[in-house]
Each structure stands twice: as structure tokens, then as C-alpha cells.
Design a protein. Sequence first.
Length: 112
Amino acid sequence: MALIFLPVDACGDYKSGARKEASSSFGQAIKVFRYRGNRNCPTDADQLFERVFVGLYAIDEDDPWDVRFFDVMQAPPRSGRPSKTLTLEEVVAEMARIYTARNDPPFVWAGE
């Protein structure tokens, strides 16, 4: 698992009129980190993480935005803050779910 932190200002630095494939620093980070996550099996590449979450934090004390997490497997906005984010508690619960599913999957009897 990986938690990567970026200032929330990285969501708003997209320059309109830039190249067609351009995005905010946040959008670009999601493009990069997406290929470092989604390791599903122990035989997958060692350099991959099971999941990657980007934590966005506010530097400005007047900004009501607490640290919120974004799953890099989701589609990010080209510019602006993502509308769907997770709290730290939700990220920890997701990490526990992924760990359990991989390391202690439920045993099911046939016909029950």
C-alpha cells in the first residue's frame, strides 16, 4: 500500500489553453502513480503496490479542506479538486479489506 501526499493546490494549477493532454499537477500525479498500484497477486511485479492513495492537504489555514484521499484507480478531474474522496478512516478500512482478501480470504464450503 502507498500513501502519497500532495498539497490540494496541485489540483488547481492547470493552465487553460495548454496542450490537449495537459492536466493539473494532481491529474499528472494520478497518471504516474496509477501504474504503480493494483498489485493483485504475490507473483505480480515486486515494485507495485496493492493500492495507491494520494492524500490532498491544505496549506492555507483558512481552507476548510482537511486531508482527503483519492484512490489512483479512479478517474481524476483534469483540473480542480476531485469530487469523490475518502477520509483517513475509510482508507484504513479499505487497506484492511484488501489485506484480508489477499492474505486470509474467506473459506466457503460447497452448498452452504
